[in-house]
Structures are given as C-alpha cells and as structure tokens.
Design a protein. Sequence first.
Lengths: 336, 336
Amino acid sequence: MVSMKDIAKVCNVSESTVSKALKGHPLIKRETRKQIQEVALKYNYQPNAMVESIQTGRSRTIGIAYNNFYDSFAGAIVTGIFERLCAAGYEAIIICWDELVSHEAHVFSRFSRRRVDGLLLFPPRKLPTSEYLRELRAFHNPIVVIDQTWPGNEFSYVGSDNVLGAALATEHMIERGISDIGFIKYSTVSSGNERWQGFVETMQKHGLPVKDSWCIDAGGFPEYGHELILKMLSRSDRPKGLVCFNDYCACHAASAAHELGIRIPEELSLVGFGDIHMLPTLLHPKLTTVKQFPEDIGRKAADILLESIKGGKEISASKNILMPVELICRDSVRRK
Amino acid sequence: MVSMKDIAKVCNVSESTVSKALKGHPLIKRETRKQIQEVALKYNYQPNAMVESIQTGRSRTIGIAYNNFYDSFAGAIVTGIFERLCAAGYEAIIICWDELVSHEAHVFSRFSRRRVDGLLLFPPRKLPTSEYLRELRAFHNPIVVIDQTWPGNEFSYVGSDNVLGAALATEHMIERGISDIGFIKYSTVSSGNERWQGFVETMQKHGLPVKDSWCIDAGGFPEYGHELILKMLSRSDRPKGLVCFNDYCACHAASAAHELGIRIPEELSLVGFGDIHMLPTLLHPKLTTVKQFPEDIGRKAADILLESIKGGKEISASKNILMPVELICRDSVRRK
DNA sequence: AACAATAATTCAAGTACTTGAAATTATCAA
DNA sequence: TTGATAATTTCAAGTACTTGAATTATTGTT
C-alpha cells in the first residue's frame, strides 16, 4: 500500500507538504500541489482511515449486532440502514449473535476493540440476561435497538406499530363477517406479544370471545408450529379465520389447510404480517397481510444513531419510535 | 474510552509496562502484572484494534461486496463466511453494490481506505465493465469471487456445480417419463447460463428436442417472468415439465399454473433450484428442487481467502471450486 | 559497604498520518 | 546589498500502542 511517505519521496517534499497538498491547503504552491495530487492519483493512493480514527477518536464506523441472515425482513431493514450510513460516509461492521459463531459476551468487546461510534442492535431472540444488560450499559457509545425490544428497555428503539397492525388485521376479518377467529402467537419475541395484544383488544372491543384452543403459540418452533396448526385445523370445532404472527406462520397455516383439503378463503381466512419479500404473492390465493416498512425502520434507526453520534450521548434522549403499518388486502380473506 | 495511558496513570507505571503486563510478558513482576490486569478489567479496557492494524499492516478485517440483503440464499452464504471469519478473529466490513446506495467505482476505494486484508466479492448482476476489472486488478489484496462469475475471470471463484444440478433435475424428469420439458432461463447471471447448459446437454444426450417456445428467459424481470410463463402455459401446446432456474422462478410458475387451473404435478411437473430457506416446503405440493449448500460455499470462500491472506498473494494460485449439489425429491414431479 | 548479578522498569523509535509553530526561501524596495 | 515582508516548506508533537535497548532498582555475596 502506498503511503504519504512514498509520495513525499517521489515528489521530494516532506510528508506534511503532501498531507496539506492533498487536502487542497492554500498555503501550498499551486504547482507543488498539482504535482503531488497527480502522483497520488497515479499510484492510487488511499488515505488510511484507521489513522484518522485514532487521531480524531471517531472511527466513522458503526456496529450492527445481527441475528439472522436468512430473514429477508431483517435484510430489508439492513438495506435501509446502509442507505443512510453510506450517505453519511460511515461503514458498518456486522457481528452475528449466533451462539454457534460468537457468544453474546464477546460481541460487545469485539465492537469496542474496533471502536465503533455507535451500535445498531437486533436483540437476540431471548430476553436479555442481566449480564448482557450490564454489557450494554457499559458500552460508552449510542445504541439504537431495532425491531424487537424488551420490558424496561432504556435505549432508543425503532420498530413497527405491532398493536395497530394486529388490530387492523382483526378488524378486517370482523368487517368481512368472520367472528370465529383464532391467532397464531409467537410469544418469545416482543413483537409477538404486541400483535397478540392488538388481537385481544380488538376482539374484546367487538365483544367476541378469544378461544384458547384456537390460539396457538408457534414461538420457538423451527417449523412455526406446523404440527400444532395441523392438529387444530383437523378438529371439527375449528376457527373460520386465523390472524397470524407473520407471513411465515400464515404460509404454514395455508400449507396445513391444503393438506387437510380445507379451502382458502372459503373455509378458512388468513391474514399474515410483514408482507415479507415476495412471499405473499407467491402463495395461492395471494396472502392478505399487514405490510411493514422495514427499509424505513432501518433508515430511521440509522438516522437516530448518526444524530446521537454527532450530538454526543448526553444530547440524545432515548426515543421510542413506532413506524406505521398498512393492511394489504389480497385474496386470503373471505368476502362477505 | 480508557487507554493504556489511563491505566498507566492509575497504576503509577509507564505505558510500556502496562503493554507488557497485559500481554503476560514474563519480565514484569508478578504483582505488578496482576495489579495492572485487575485495573484493566475494572475499567473494562479494550485494546484499540486500529493501532495494531497500523503497526502490523494487517487490519484483521475483510471486505464483503454484497448484492442483495433480501435474498436468503446469499444470506446463507454470508452465514458460512461469518462462521469462519469469527473463528479466525476477523471482522467483516460489508458494502453494497446497490446503485442507489454506492456506485461501483467507490466500493473499491472504500475498502482500500479501510485497509481490508482481502475481499469476498458477490459480483453485481451485470457483466463487469472494463473500468471495474481495472479496479479489481489494482486492488492489492487477495480476492475471492462468490456464487457468480464471468467469462475470463482470473480470480479465485467458489460456486455451485450448476451444470450438474440442472442435469440432475432434467434427468429426474426424463426418468419419470416426462419428455415435453421446458426451461425457465435466467441468462443475465453466470449460474443461469450454466444451468441452461446442463439442461440442454441432458436433453441432447437423451435425444429430446429443446423447444424454443418452452424456454423462457426470466432474467432481468423483477417478477421472474411471471407474465411470460402465464402466456406460455395458457397455450394448448404447453410443456408437461418445467426445469426452473431457481425456486423463485418455480414459485412463479406454480402460481401461474394455479391461476390457469393446471394441476401440479398431474399436468405440470416442476423442479426448482436452490432449496432456498423454507420456500420449497411452504408450497403445495412441496417443491422438488436441486439443493445447494450455500453455507459451505461461504465457508470455503472464507477459508481460501484467509489462507491467501496468511500466505501472501504470490503463494495462492487462483482456484475454481464447484461445490456439490443434490436433488431433493418432494412432490412437484409426476410419478410414473 | 562495595560490587556484581539479576530483576524490573522505562526510554525511544516506529506505525501513518495532522496541525500549528518555526524555519527557510523567494521577492521587492530602499 | 541589506532588511523587511510574504510565500513556502519543514519540524515537532500528538494519536494509542509495541518492542528491543538502556536504565534503574533490588538482592546477594564478600
């Protein structure tokens, strides 16, 4: 790698002249400046970003604690994050929580060693341990939590308005005259509980009963509770509609219904959640779902983080931002 | 952030003593060493990785030029990459090719400024321009190209054995007595052309005709040529089987067939490619597909890169590695 | 107590830069 | 030719460390 020293040698000047010339400093003679810039270009000189980091105490790098590269919803969030980071001249270092790869405890110290200026946190799917919370609080740079949160979270958080989303989905079914409604829960994540809350509140508002046997918890199952759904749908006393935690759940429900010869939407209506990349339109019938705006979540989270970094930690009060959601009507809910 | 200076001040010793003590240098008195280590722990001291980088000329960081965070196949590759990087004590800086975010030309200089020790390249979906090739060659660190390649690529490459995969898929259909076979191409990427080649060779080997009107190019269409497939399947002269470039294509074909009331697999058999995360088993009937091993591709690519970094560029000859593929028989191909 | 031998610690220089102050060189008038 | 002023350039110190050489402190021996 060419350094300033190399260019200085070639141009027969000192390193500080090179430094100033490349920054367009007006004290350097025009011809000298031009020559140095040409040589730098010729040798494809690139300044060492790490030196600048050491000097300024800012690495212009943020850390992303990531969960799951398979999930295109998280991928969409990251796409939004990158859009903003790039515009701000920041790079990102991604580390996976994945227990197989790196244990929790090491994630923070790895970010600290790389001196990231801030942290975007996709929380791991279990509740944070006290050890992990201690590490988080000891981290001396701004943190923004994304997509999932936990009770008592004191950091800034950006996610979807899950309560509203589930309410919209449930209202939609009720409006179409369906009242025997079940719910596929996912209680191991905060968004799952929020969606469940939205469902229960809406049912109660309309004086409809929430039947335990129609509410299945898919949380933690790798197959999103496929077997449980199958069991529920094969009983004679089964719901006419299912509001699902997300589109994957809805797909599994649809698949179970197909296996049992139950027609969608004539005999069973479905609403998903997420409008996950391509998935709802690949199904037949096309899935009605609550659209989220993951790119916007990513953009917003990055904006907040970058602002906190600029303003210093004291200026930035912790924020709790819920992004809007929208019901997308397709063909999986029975018409009146 | 606490520095060695801070610890030195607290312990009333010089910085070099701190440095040596923290490395467990035997020349430092046991008690001094212990005290320094305790203070470092108490203040949660983390060495600045960038200083080490400057001194050694190794950043212990690699760059990943990424394409598409929505694609869980690429996500699986990255998962494999991260597994190996983490084990080797490396971090990754990810930059997206996405034209909206960062133009091609800047990607390499951004990696250079961060002094990444090597590059894992998911090539952009178009053929490399000569400008881009020049930048690649000017990059003075090892490069490994992943998943897609191009004619005359002189860098190491790791991808799936696409020719074999398409051959397996085609053989499977022929074996089940289907001979009116079409193909959904995707000719804008190298894997697409390789799979096409595997299809054509197998058809010729069995003396079967490759009918132009049954071979659709979905390349470049955001909806994977859904409309074209629909048109083809609505003619009376339509294929009895479709070998598809990937699972997404197959999903669109299935969806088109559903719309037209064509039953799968009785009237139309389908084989996908990729065994993309959850997708084939969410369909009904479940999709027969050619399984790839993306995590292994990622692992292999990372291994080769890390080896090249260790060995220096001259030692590492450029390699061309094709990972095995496997036909997974599910329910979308008609039984004899 | 003086000296050597050993143990423990510090110094100084190097990494790739930046920055304000100091030094050098050029230019012009008297 | 000298001195003053302006125009250029270089020096030196700082960033957060590492490392071998040099220095200082401690211990034991006579």
